[in-house]
Design a binder for this molecule. Structure first.
Ligand code: HEM
Length: 272
């Protein structure tokens, strides 16, 4: 018997993503990429309901990422990969690294200590990758040369890319239900009111930590060369998802083992 996708996960994902895009557009109005931290503080202090808007953007972004992971697991249980040609399934899988990078560049853009750490580590990592490193760094980071400019552009282009891929071949924008938008907006608004998002002042600590979902990669970078920790290891779940139809049982085991390893690495990174 085939697993049926839970509508609240699928529509929650579409709703959170659209809410992240809309709140991002509102937050970018007073945002000046030459002064990222001052702009972010400005959003909080000058813009009416600014700290609410920032927290709303932050939480709808986190929700998008978490619901996408859940949605992917459900899609595999539903054997969704068997009903689509490989190119179309691969495009859908590509939204996972694209959303992760959109989330990651969001942290860089806010320009506080976590953002600076994220930008520096990502740039060093990209520059040490063979062949694609230079291009990747110019496309996504280049923080040493251009501050948060590239990351901000990438943040927007990645979001538009996800919108195009998922909107054209997956959810129909017309079909997004207003009641789902309202429920998820209310949930994100309630969390944003209760839990404002902190900003950390830049510090001179020797141990710098990036965003929570990057701690596992950061931990691995302490033990393995950058091309293994930063390229091969994160590519494993993406390639396993793309080629899942070839060996569902074996690749499901790979995904479970990879996730378990990543949870342990993240815990080790967080405890440092
Ligand atoms: C066109 C779409 C988007 C625009 C114009 C945009 C714009 C911005 C701007 C201006 C900031 C810095 C100000 C702030 O911190 O709030 C930011 C931060 C951020 N963005 Fe976006 N964004 C977009 C889409 C997204 C998406 C789709 C995600 C998640 C997948 C996301 C996740 C984040 C995160 C996590 C932050 C850091 C929030 C914080 O802690 O302050 N953004 N974005």
């Amino acid at each position: 018997m085939s697993y049926r996708l839970r509508p609240w996960v699928s529509w929650g994902l579409a709703a959170s993503f659209l809410l992240a895009v809309v709140s991002g557009l509102l937050a970018s109005y007073p945002f000046h990429e030459a002064f990222p931290l001052i702009s972010t503080v400005g959003i909080e202090t000058v813009l009416p309901f600014g700290s609410f808007l920032r927290a709303f953007h932050f939480y709808t972004g986190q929700l998008t990422f978490l619901l996408l992971v859940w949605h992917l697991v459900e899609a595999l249980l539903n054997h969704a990969e068997r009903r689509r040609p490989l190119w179309r399934w691969s495009l859908l899988v590509s939204t996972f690294p694209l959303v992760t990078l959109a989330l990651f560049t969001g942290y860089i853009v806010r320009g506080d200590q976590t953002g600076l750490a994220a930008g520096q580590i990502a740039e060093h990592l990209a520059l040490r990758l063979p062949l694609i490193g230079l291009v990747l760094n110019r496309l996504l980071f280049a923080v040493a040369e251009e501050g948060v400019h590239r990351a901000f552009m990438a943040h927007i282009y990645l979001s538009v890319g996800v919108l195009v891929i998922s909107g054209l071949w997956h959810f129909r924008l017309r079909a997004v239900r207003l009641e789902d938008l309202a429920v998820w907006a209310t949930l994100a608004a309630a969390v944003s009111l209760v839990l404002p998002v902190s900003l950390e002042a830049p510090s001179f600590e020797t141990l710098i930590k990036g965003p929570w979902f990057f701690l596992g990669i950061q931990e691995l970078l302490r033990h393995l060369p950058p091309w293994l920790a930063g390229l091969v290891f994160p590519s494993i779940p993406v390639l396993s998802l793309v080629f899942f139809r070839l060996a569902p049982r074996g690749l499901a085991l790979v995904l479970v083992l990879w996730t378990g390893t990543y949870v342990i690495l993240t815990a080790l990174g967080a405890l440092r």
